[in-house]
Design a binder for this molecule. Sequence first.
Ligand SMILES: Cc1cc2nc3c(=O)[nH]c(=O)nc-3n(C[C@H](O)[C@H](O)[C@H](O)COP(=O)(O)O)c2cc1C
Length: 164
Amino acid sequence: MKTLILYVSKKGCTELCAKELAINFRKNVTVMNLKQQKNIDLNPFDTIIMGTPIYIGKINSDLKQFCYQNERKLLNKNIAFFACGVTESDKVCQNLNSQLPDKIANHSLLNSFFGGELRYEKMNSMIKLIVKQFQKQNGNKSPKINHLEIERFCREVRKKIDVK
Ligand SMILES: Cc1cc2nc3c(=O)[nH]c(=O)nc-3n(C[C@H](O)[C@H](O)[C@H](O)COP(=O)(O)O)c2cc1C
């Protein structure tokens, strides 16, 4: 059983989560940054896990396009998704489902939310100001990656794959 973890990350948080997830899988796992690959051969993999950050309520457009372009292949694999963000888990998971192609969303074994980080040092001053204001209004504390959820997600996906 070979697993591919395919992710997109603007500021590095989703990348960190993808790598942490791979460590949890331990073996037969490959991690790829979608933006650094030209042609991705899905044939060697039984399971494809896709990770995206959420920006302004949207999943990454390259990942979405990848799902549309590879819909038929993905429907023949085990697939699952995770998202990184700083809002509530339910909202983010709803976002995932509503923005993926219907058949792909229905075929997904599991969607999860791994939390996220706000890396102010990587934002320009305008964005930093807006994000800080937003955080203040919403009374949000510093967002964090949910490491326990990464472990749980890995366990659940493995369980579902083994059952098949
Ligand atoms: C301009 C901006 C908009 C964002 N919009 C959302 C959002 O709509 N929902 C959300 O949950 N998180 C939002 N976030 C938080 C990011 O999803 C979070 O920082 C995530 O960890 C980024 O992942 P990355 O480092 O892999 O790009 C936003 C962050 C920024 C800077």
